[in-house]
Design a protein around this ligand. Structure first.
Ligand code: NOJ
Length: 754
């Protein structure tokens, strides 16, 4: 017998006597997860139930329908039995440590739990909502906000955030528009990558990193009528060209996970959509992380009419490429039988387990399941002075100046009397916005407080609520009017409450809710200079206000430092530089209204009845995508294209001279749009392809060059290929999507044959 054969015989004997399952101590394994060696030996050591347990996620709050443990004891028993791989909504180093201890000390397989939480725009330091983050057009600042949020949440035992939300939203009625980066694919992709980098840092195993989860895959924002959870029916081309690129950007930035969306696309719910979860995500994009369902969305395959039972739902989901079942219990209850009966193959199960374990490895959980968290670390990490300063900085960058007739803004700090009016003026709860996490709203700086601490000691500040956000009572309006009459200037803070956007926060009307418009009209009637300050998660239809109120600031929901940031802008300590990441319609009747629409065969022409428009409305928006004013003005001149004849592997370099023609220093976001004149399929009238921010002193000018790789002009052609087609392109560089200097360039190459 050769030495090799003898060795093999000995190995077989050892395996018989000591099955591999009993020999693996996962908590101590530390091999490179990329080789898969350690992971495969763990998988081989697990029972069927333990494998399935890795794919099961329940919530920390017990007794939460539709499934899951009813008591804490039951929850702990399931952890001990290895039947839970992940928990969401468990927060705090003490709580997570205790449950982790049970998993790694009292369960047989000793596999660490993964703790997930919605850390959407902050943990204890609440930053502006993501839509506001996008309005900064500053990916570095957004990345920093995600980094700070990650460190705070990780110090409280969280490993994984269900963010970023990268859904493109072309319908502002959809409440979740607040959670993403708005309507544009390019801006959305830049922000998606920035947030992933911020959350995950350069090393997922660093205890201050959170694993990211790009959600909701896919096209959740295309819900019919903007109604949350609703049906989606879009073409494969629109899916690929508009809705998928931010997910791809997140995957390329290293996002460890994706969350499948609640909706169906063309009859196939995402949770059972093999085309999305396997063919595109794994086969095309080579994603090696895992996919989690949304809350109960595997179970909801039954409501969709895509599965007749929980067993069928579990089978269709895992076979399509779903790895972890959030909450529904369908995997826990049904996979054992499905695998035993061969309806779900062991290799499908093992692959899902492998993906989950791979990410647990990358997070360093097998080395230190507690990731060094402690109450002490938590206290030291959250709400630091520098985090709060970053929150204030991001908040003021997010403010968009919509109107400033007669330069009402900025206000002087030494005015005799300022009236601060409106239901959101001294409100501490709503400025944090939806999905604010475990923030303490006592820490919110209100607008009233922000104003009081900014003005000179001699300035009198009056306050009147006027009305509630959504009520019908108008009794407070008289007092508000009387305060306005006494003042030299009025700040009128109106908008939505935080629960009017976010999940299930869709609205059929986007007008100011309740009696707020009555308040605005009454205060306007005093004839005093009024500054309208909007706080909201949806873009609002403010046509009357836009034509009557001289100054309007769109401030979204700005987080803990809302009041300070607003005061910074109102009194000119910060010159506004935010630009709209969404189109603001005149009325909901215009929706969907987005800048990168198709031209149609009959583009709108007011002189011609038989063109594409409404009879009773202009076809333009109230404010276009990319729009935003400053306290200074900018001139654009001298558009130059370095080489106007390009090949498909070249880079377009277009430059423009931007001059600060006003009296204050400021920052301008210079935007570059492209129009592909003719293609094998129709192309949008404009598409954002690049932007750069330039800071200029009064009178100063700078040449701003924006580079666009020609490869980024690719789209899904008639043959369903992702390609750049040769031809003529128009390029526009300007301050928003509706204006700018125009030039042309051509891309040469073989023309497609059709
Ligand atoms: C449902 C939401 O759709 C999703 O975005 C969120 O991450 C999960 N609930 C978990 O809270």
């Amino acid at each position: 017998m050769t030495a090799q054969l003898r060795g093999f015989g000995l190995l077989c004997f050892l395996l018989l006597v000591f099955p591999l399952r009993a020999q693996v101590t996962p908590a101590r394994l530390s091999e490179d997860p990329r080789t898969g060696h350690a992971i495969d030996s763990i998988i081989a050591s697990l029972t069927l139930e333990e494998k399935i347990g890795q794919l099961v996620q329940f919530t920390g709050e017990v007794n939460t329908p539709p499934a899951g443990p009813r008591t804490q004891d039951e929850q702990r028993a399931l952890i001990r039995a290895g039947k839970i791989g992940s928990l969401l909504n468990v927060v705090g180093s003490a709580q997570t440590r205790e449950l982790q201890r049970i998993a790694v000390e009292e369960s047989r397989a000793k596999i660490p739990l993964l703790f997930g939480l919605d850390v959407i725009h902050g943990f204890r330091t609440t930053f502006p909502i993501p839509l506001a983050g996008a309005a900064t057009w500053d990916p570095d600042a957004v990345e920093m906000s995600a980094r700070i949020s990650a460190a705070e949440a990780a110090s409280a035992g969280v490993h994984w955030t269900f963010a970023p939300m990268v859904d493109i939203a072309r319908d502002p009625r959809w409440g979740r528009i607040a959670e993403g980066s708005g309507e544009d694919t390019f801006l959305g992709s830049v922000m998606a990558a920035a947030r992933v980098r911020g959350f995950q840092g350069t090393d997922l195993a660093n205890p201050s990193s959170l694993m990211a989860c790009a959600k909701h895959y896919a096209a959740y924002g295309a819900a019919e009528g903007g109604r949350d959870y609703n049906t989606v029916d879009i073409s494969e081309r629109t899916l690929r060209d508009v809705y998928l690129p931010p997910f791809r950007a997140a995957v390329e930035a290293g996002a460890g996970t994706l969350m499948a969306s609640f909706n169906e696309i063309g009859g196939v719910p995402s949770n059972g959509n093999r085309h999305l979860l396997t063919e595109i995500l794994r086969d095309e994009w080579k994603f090696d992380g895992f996919v989690v369902s949304d809350w109960n969305s595997v179970g909801e395959l039954i409501n969709h009419g895509f599965a007749a039972s929980g067993a069928e739902a579990a089978g269709r989901a895992i076979s399509a490429g779903m790895d972890m079942d959030m909450i529904s219990g369908c995997f826990l209850e049904n996979l054992p039988t499905l695998v035993r009966d061969g309806r779900v193959s062991t290799s499908t199960l093992d692959e899902a387990v492998r993906r989950v374990l791979r990410m647990k490895f990358r997070l360093g959980l097998f080395k230190d399941p507690y990731r060094s968290v402690s109450p002490d670390l938590e206290k030291k990490t959250v709400l630091t002075a520098s985090s709060l300063e970053s929150a204030r900085d991001l908040a003021r960058k997010a403010i968009v100046l919509l109107k400033n007739e007669g330069s009402v803004l900025p206000l002087r700090k030494d005015l005799r009397c300022i009236a601060v009016i409106g239901p959101l003026a001294s409100n501490r709860r709503d400025p944090v916005g939806p999905w604010a996490g475990p923030t303490d709203t006592n820490n919110v700086v209100t607008v009233l407080e922000g104003v009081r601490s900014a003005v000179s000691p001699g300035t009198k500040v009056l306050f009147a609520g006027g009305c509630t956000i959504n009520g019908t009572d108008t009794n407070g309006i008289a007092a508000a009017v009387s305060s306005a009459r006494q003042a030299d200037a009025v700040l009128l803070i109106t908008g939505e409450s935080e629960e009017m956007s976010g999940e299930a926060g869709s609205r059929a009307s986007l007008d100011l809710p309740g009696r707020q418009e009555d308040l605005v009209r009454a205060v306007h009637a005093t004839g005093k200079p009024v500054v309208l300050i909007l706080m909201n998660g949806h873009p609002l239809t403010i046509a009357w206000e836009a034509s009557h109120i001289p100054a309007i600031l769109e401030t979204w929901f700005l987080g803990l430092k809302a009041g300070s940031a607003i005061a910074d802008v109102v009194f000119g300590d910060y010159n506004p530089s935010g630009k709209l990441p969404v189109t603001i319609p005149r009325t909901v009747g215009q929706i969907p209204l987005y800048y990168n629409h198709k031209n149609t065969g009959r583009p709108p022409d007011t002189a011609d009845r038989f063109t594409s428009k409404y009879m009773d409305l202009p076809s333009t928006p109230l404010y276009p995508f990319g729009y935003g004013l400053s306290y200074t003005t900018y001139g654009y001149s001298g558009l130059a294209i370095r080489s106007a004849r390009l090949g498909t592997t070249d880079t377009l370099q277009a430059s423009v001279v931007v001059t600060n023609t006003g009296k204050r220093a400021g920052s301008e976001v210079v935007q570059l749009y492209v129009r592909d004149e003719a293609g094998s399929v129709t192309r949008p009238v404009r598409e954002l392809k690049g932007f750069r921010t330039v800071r200029l002193d009064p009178g100063a000018a700078a040449s701003v060059t924006i580079s666009v790789p020609v490869s980024s002009l690719a789209f899904t052609t008639l043959d369903m290929k992702h390609e750049v087609e040769p031809g003529t392109f128009r390029v526009f560089i300007g301050p928003d999507s509706a204006h700018g200097l125009e030039g042309t360039f051509t891309v040469s190459g073989a023309a497609p044959q059709h």
